[in-house]
Design a binder for this molecule. Structure first.
Ligand SMILES: *[C@@H]1O[C@H](CO)[C@@H](O)[C@H](O)[C@H]1NC(C)=O
Ligand SMILES: *[C@@H]1O[C@H](CO)[C@@H](O)[C@H](O)[C@H]1NC(C)=O
Ligand SMILES: *[C@@H]1O[C@H](CO)[C@@H](O)[C@H](O)[C@H]1NC(C)=O
Ligand SMILES: *[C@@H]1O[C@H](CO)[C@@H](O)[C@H](O)[C@H]1NC(C)=O
Ligand SMILES: *[C@@H]1O[C@H](CO)[C@@H](O)[C@H](O)[C@H]1NC(C)=O
Ligand SMILES: *[C@@H]1O[C@H](CO)[C@@H](O)[C@H](O)[C@H]1NC(C)=O
Ligand SMILES: *[C@@H]1O[C@H](CO)[C@@H](O)[C@H](O)[C@H]1NC(C)=O
Length: 346
């Protein structure tokens, strides 16, 4: 982290967090962000509670795999919903958040790595109404808009929820997403998107979720400038076989990566084992960040153990670019991966 003392002293508030030297809690700064190894922007959209084969059975979701890379062996990390979301932005399964209730965690998240590095971020929550000053609205749910806190992982972290500057990055999706995509190259470098309970298939089903999902995906794909070096991950929180168990049982979900600048092939499949931890690890490796330390500074968390997505395309790597790789996906049966994730030097 190249962070000069003068920058730090110029009005940014700090909390101590070893082994990270400093955690900046105000993103208004001039820190030059790192150049991504595989991508300059990461967008994740999280849908809900659907078994992988059910999603693949839908013509729209199947179509999307033709446009990108299926992560054919991607798993949710828990049941019920909330811990899955926590895992996507944190380095531990729980952070004290093992169920769907409201939790206030003192643990750290990926945001604590992003801000000192100058990586811009925003979370888009459908149906969410922030407080008047943009502060975090900790309500459990809004029955009229179908927003729920359990699908907004950022709200669980004290050092986000208690910090107005950070809260201002958690916004109402309907008002802000298309507007921010239209910023093109200037859109946030990390974008986390939670649809409402209808649009994410939670209260509905996959055919219902198509309309809004297609709107989101098309909004991005139609903006060439936005898509430059952008990786989109469309995933689910968990499958629909509810067993109150963290690990051990398969929790296979549909996940597709889109963005021809950033993945090695389209209409292809990577069969390496991944789960929600892989997101954080991929982000850390992409931007050469450290891992997320434990809140007491006592060393590394689970992000040390996991693999980043292995078939991402570095800028100088033209292999498979814009042409199908050998890992061709025929829309019916995922092909085996060549397992060469080691070649990514993570
Ligand atoms: C962030 O810090 C800048 C520079 O000190 C300050 O002007 C700005 O008001 C702060 N923003 C927030 C939201 O606190
Ligand atoms: C799938 O893609 C094909 C070819 O682009 C298109 O004709 C068809 O309408 C798409 N189907 C859905 C459900 O999106
Ligand atoms: C990637 O490129 C292929 C070939 O041009 C195209 O069919 C596909 O839609 C593209 N995918 C995305 C996400 O733009
Ligand atoms: C967690 O924080 C919220 C909002 O700040 C507060 O209303 C709630 O009482 C807290 N819960 C616990 C268990 O501390
Ligand atoms: C953050 O909020 C929680 C719950 O509202 C509270 O218990 C805690 O003391 C706050 N932490 C800080 C650092 O303000
Ligand atoms: C489809 O989604 C768009 C964007 O969310 C929304 O404006 C429109 O009302 C939806 N259409 C239907 C039929 O639900
Ligand atoms: C990544 O970070 C490490 C430690 O912070 C540094 O030594 C190394 O030079 C960085 N690598 C790149 C490619 O920036």
């Amino acid at each position: 982290m190249k962070l000069s003392t003068s920058l730090i002293l110029s009005g940014l508030s700090l909390v101590s967090a070893s082994p990270l030297k400093r955690v900046v809690t105000n993103t208004t700064s001039t820190i030059t962000p790192p150049v991504g190894k595989w991508f300059d922007r990461f967008v994740v959209i999280v849908l809900e509670n659907t078994n992988k084969d059910v999603t693949f059975g839908n013509p729209y979701f199947l179509n999307l795999t033709n446009m990108g890379m299926t992560l054919g062996n991607y798993h949710g990390t828990a049941h019920p919903s909330q811990p899955n979301y926590i895992t996507m932005v944190s380095n531990t399964l729980s952070a004290g958040v093992y169920d769907d209730a409201d939790h206030n965690s003192t643990e750290m998240s990926i945001i604590d790595l992003f801000e000192p590095a100058g990586i811009t971020w925003k979370a888009y929550m459908e149906g969410y109404t922030p407080l008047a000053d943009g502060g975090c609205n900790p309500i459990t749910e809004d029955k009229s808009t179908l927003y729920v806190r359990k699908h907004n992982p950022f709200m669980s972290f004290d050092n986000i929820r208690n910090n107005t500057a950070r809260c201002q990055n958690i916004v109402n999706a309907e008002e802000n997403f298309a507007k921010d995509v239209a910023l093109g190259a200037k859109a946030p470098m990390y974008m986390f998107y939670s649809p409402n309970l209808d649009n994410d298939a939670h209260n509905t089903d996959i055919p219902f979720a198509v309309n809004n999902t297609q709107y989101l995906i098309d909004t991005m794909l139609l903006n060439e400038e936005f898509m430059r070096n952008t990786l989109i991950l469309l995933t689910f929180d968990e499958n629909n076989i509810y067993i109150n168990d963290n690990f051990g049982l398969p929790n296979l979900i549909y996940t597709v990566a889109l963005g021809n600048d950033t993945i090695k092939c389209y209409d292809c499949v990577d069969q390496q084992y991944y789960d929600h931890f892989s997101q954080v690890v991929t982000l850390e490796r992409n931007w050469n960040l450290s891992t997320i330390p434990q809140p007491d500074g006592s060393g590394e968390g689970m992000d040390m153990w996991w693999r980043p997505f292995g078939q991402l395309r570095a800028a100088d790597d033209n292999i498979c670019a814009y042409a199908p790789c050998s890992e061709y996906y025929d829309g019916k049966s995922p092909a085996p991966s060549d397992g060469n994730w080691e070649d990514q030097d993570y």
